[in-house]
Design a binder for this molecule. Sequence first.
Ligand code: ZN
Length: 289
Amino acid sequence: MNTEPIWPNGARLALSIVVNVEEGAEMSVLDGDSRAEAVDEMGMMVKPGVRNFSNESNYAYGIKAGAPRIMDMLARRNLPATFTAAAQSLERAPEIARRIADDGHETCAHGYRWQVQHNMDEETERAFIRRAAQSIEQTTGTRPVGWLSRYLFTANTRRLLIEEDYRYHMDDYSDDKPFWDTDTKIGKPILILPYAIDTNDMKMWNAPAYTPRDWVIYLNDTLDVLYDEGAVAPRMMSLGLHLRISGRPGRAAALESFIERVSATDGIWIATRAQIMEHWTKTFPPSGR
Ligand SMILES: [Zn+2]
């Protein structure tokens, strides 16, 4: 077991704050999709072809009110985050793209639209992955190096990411630390930065498993366990947020209490995933030390 601190400045834990930007890129009858977006604060399903105006406005809230609230919260403490963005969301909200860049955050590609990939053939998926990178480079000024799917992806996805020059892949829930995939494409390893659903604010929306207070208790417990283990082994924690979910005032208050705690605790490296990738690559290169 590694007993040296592996994160910068002897930190015991790397914390990655992930802010999903999906609003404006969700499924929409207005955009030609066969049905309205099914992920809804109300859990309401409408028939194919029927617009759900109320849910469209739930998503609009994320852009109009949620984004500035969450971005101000991060800016007050100068905390960097990874914005996992569906590229089309940033095309439609260029003010958010600009602020991500100005505030020193990272943008990770979360699809061209907020759309599942599992039914895409290889060429469709390659175009989807390529278009996301090109669009995000245009809206933020920086080409994304990481990828997160809308949960469902294909047997081709990881190889396509490598071929399209992505450097890390988030679609994995198998560990509490980064690891290399050296098998998908021999000679071209890609770093896997596992994400987490259990700490995700989505648990307060389409699967209302937690109240905001439950959620903060769960986050604090997760932090405690990983922080303890981080004394002797590399650990990272992912906090997944959504503008339309944690951007609501009552949930924002819960989020703020956790953010306050982590920024006041010594030994937590709050970093973007690109920073975690750079550090891990230097410390544990794929060929081993
Ligand atoms: Zn997402």
